[in-house]
Design a protein around this ligand. Sequence first.
Ligand code: ZN
Length: 106
Amino acid sequence: MLLIPCPWCGPREEEEFRSGGEAGVTLPAQDVEAGSSLVASYLFFRSNPKGLFHERWYHAHGCRRWLSIQRSTITHEFESEPVAIGRFAPPRLPTEPAGEPLVSGR
Ligand SMILES: [Zn+2]
């Protein structure tokens, strides 16, 4: 079980959180066609690295705020200090890596 360091509440058990998935996933531009591969990439494809993974967590059974943090998918150790996001998660923080589409748009 993970012990997730919430910036507001301190370390709490994983069961109190909901995973927000990969950080840095950005919406495609609004002029992109709905059926394009960029939209499909945004909705369905995520990286699955062996190693460092930048992810978001929502403290659902606590302060109800979002945080962003880097974790090793090998050891499950957190490799960075949590970044406090707040109650509403913006698409991407400046500290989060910009997600690259896995499928190129045409
Ligand atoms: Zn919290």
